[in-house]
Design a protein around this ligand. Sequence first.
Ligand SMILES: [Zn+2]
Length: 63
Amino acid sequence: MPQPKKKTSHQKQAQRRANWKLELAPKTTCANCNSPKLPHIACPGCGYYRGRPARRRDWLLSE
Ligand SMILES: [Zn+2]
């Protein structure tokens, strides 16, 4: 197996990792309450997915 000739310095390691970024989450808006939500996931605000309630019924009744 080929081996690195030199140990990577802490500075080089930090310079490489300075480019690590969190990916921006793709955002959509809820068709029911118009709040921002993640795609393919029920709305965290109203619990609706594709125009109808997608969470358990006892969650809706407890509101
Ligand atoms: Zn909603």
